[in-house]
Design a protein around this ligand. Structure first.
Ligand SMILES: [Zn+2]
Ligand SMILES: [Zn+2]
Length: 344
């Protein structure tokens, strides 16, 4: 089978690999679509030889082509997406249903071979039905669950003001979810004017380019009393600092984006957290009980119900043979891109 494997930093080659076969409790999926995740982008340029051995890709959908003997409820020909985490199911975190906190986990596309390969072994319990969604659309289920994981921990959002920092795929999906949940003002902030245009198309009511005007000033002018909820998806240090400043008293700050550099708060900036009694919520991955969690069924339903539309987010699509071109779009960063999709 064909599989895309890194061969040195920022270089990806399509090679022939042996086709896997499913264990008793697994199915074999013929991958049709797999999105490139921000974490894949980091891995392709990281100085870590492990990424020359593991096929990446964990935002996928495809068709079941073989079924292990003990699998029930799925058959050859079924279309599905799947959760990539394989928690140990033995530790106390797993027993509590906090699978994202499991330390003894495996993961499709970072610890075992992933979905930039033509065929993929997946535990049947990880499968998610995709109804009438296209394979490309279904490959967005995973990033939508990343948004839903912290949002589903919040109280009702009807009439509330929210700020989304970072208008990449995750931020643009979060904007649509907040709109569907009945938020009043949805402020999107990003340093790319193109991304801000996309944010408006997704439902942002106010946009802010912090290079032109600080987010703090925009929120002070446009919001009654700061944001009830701030969803930080950019990973950028300045955005994390601003997030604490623009949240209202007792507001929630959802920290989703991953940072790759130190973040330094001044004392007054940090005091915003204590003085306003902020609810600072860390969010990691996208799982809850019963595994893989309501995030997954809700994500598929939101797309089927038309509450989240992803077609406008898929800016680029490449066959796997051209996966190097896909990464080059991202690394060159010359054209507007959000989700870059790989097809088989
Ligand atoms: Zn991801
Ligand atoms: Zn565990």
């Amino acid at each position: 089978m064909r599989a895309a494997l890194r061969k040195g930093i920022k270089n990806v080659e399509v090679i022939e690999m042996e086709k896997p076969s499913p264990a008793a409790d697994e199915v074999l999926i013929a991958v049709k679509s797999c999105g490139i995740c921000g974490s894949d982008i980091v891995r392709i340029q990281e100085e870590n030889p492990r990424w020359d051995e593991i096929v990446l890709g964990h935002e996928f959908a495809g068709e079941i082509v073989a079924v292990g003997e003990s699998v029930e409820g799925w058959k050859v020909g079924d279309r599905a997406s799947a959760a990539p985490l394989m928690p140990c199911m033995k530790c106390d975190k797993c027993a509590q249903g906090n699978y994202s906190l499991c330390k003894g986990y495996s993961f499709i596309g970072s610890r075992v071979q992933g979905a930039f390969g033509e065929f993929l072994r997946v535990p049947a319990k990880n499968l998610v039905a995709i109804g009438n969604l296209s394979y490309d659309q279904a490959a967005f289920i995973e990033p939508i669950t990343v948004c839903l994981h912290p949002i589903l921990r919040l109280d009702n959002l009807l009439g509330k003001d929210v700020v989304v920092t970072g208008a990449g795929t995750i931020g643009l999906l979060a904007i649509q979810i907040f709109k569907a949940m009945g938020c009043r003002e949805i402020v999107a902030s990003d340093i790319s004017e193109g991304k801000l245009e996309m944010a408006k198309a997704m439902g942002a009511t106010i946009v802010c380019n912090p290079i032109t005007e600080p987010l703090e000033d925009v929120c002070a002018r446009e919001l009654e009393d700061g944001a009830h909820v701030v969803f930080e998806s950019s990973g950028a240090g300045p955005a994390k600092i601003s997030a604490m400043q623009v949240a209202r008293g007792r507001g929630s700050v959802l920290l989703v984006g991953t940072s790759h550099a130190p973040i330094t708060f001044t004392a007054p900036q940090f005091e915003a957290i204590t003085r306003k009694e902020l609810n600072v919520v860390g969010s990691w991955m996208n799982y809850s009980a019963p595994f893989p969690g309501a995030e997954w069924t809700t994500a598929a339903w939101m797309m089927e119900a038309g509450l989240v539309k992803v077609d406008g987010l898929q800016t680029h699509t490449f066959p796997v043979e051209q996966i190097q071109n896909a990464y080059d779009v991202i690394y060159n960063n010359e054209e507007l891109w959000a989700k870059v999709m790989i097809n088989f």
